[in-house]
Design a protein around this ligand. Structure first.
Ligand code: IMP
Ligand code: MG
Length: 188
């Protein structure tokens, strides 16, 4: 545990066990020999992608995209903006988007629309965490690590004010940490 974490929601062992399962399912689903592209949505999914890729037993490529929302803080609300695009041409390719968390669904909705227009052979989503109770955009998620309640979480790639991504588990920050980093309004 960590002094700045009030509660662990998903511990490191559970994350690793689930990733091994997801890796096995994805390897089997994409076993047709077509070499899928795993697209890591930066920054949050960097740790998830690197562990997931170690459990994928079929040949695949990795590529990266990054988005940002104009607003920081605990709420993901804001205009989604593309800050890094793929290097790969995905026309006719099987693409698997790898996300850290789907919350309101705005980010993944934006990326699915953007990539869908580029005529991939298939386009699916794998997310470590899903907060379905907060959904505002209907999105289809083919691979989900864990469903979590409506709480702001940090660790295993997820940040608060760009820090705590390195925690090996997913947990809820203490109100003191939130206030220290984001100010008193954020904890109300
Ligand atoms: P959405 O667009 O509302 O689905 O939010 C997606 C993005 O918001 C994620 O990729 C995260 O970067 C961020 N986000 C949403 N919920 C959390 C959270 O609980 N902790 C940290 N980041 C979050
Ligand atoms: Mg993110």
């Amino acid at each position: 545990m960590h002094d700045d974490v009030a509660r662990i929601l998903v511990d490191g062992d559970a994350i690793q066990r689930r990733i091994a399962e997801l890796g096995a399912v994805i390897s089997s689903d994409y076993s047709g020999g077509s070499r899928p592209i795993l697209v890591c949505v930066l920054k949050g999914a960097y740790m998830f992608l690197s562990d997931l890729a170690r459990h994928i037993t079929i040949p695949h490529e990795v590529d990266f995209m990054a988005t940002s929302t104009y607003q920081g803080g605990l709420d993901s609300r804001g205009v989604v903006r593309l800050v890094l695009d793929l290097k790969a041409n995905i026309v006719g390719r099987h693409v698997l988007l790898v996300e850290d968390i789907v919350d309101r669904g705005g980010t993944i909705n934006y990326l699915l629309r953007l990539l869908g227009e580029r005529q991939p052979a298939s386009l699916r989503t794998c997310t470590l965490l899903d907060k379905p109770s907060r959904r505002e955009y209907p999105v289809q998620l083919e691979y989900i690590g864990f469903e979590i309640p409506d709480e702001f979480v940090i660790g295993y790639g997820l940040d608060i004010d760009e820090t705590y991504r390195n925690l090996p588990f997913v947990g809820v920050p203490t109100p003191e940490l939130v206030e220290r980093l984001l100010g008193p309004i954020a904890t109300e």
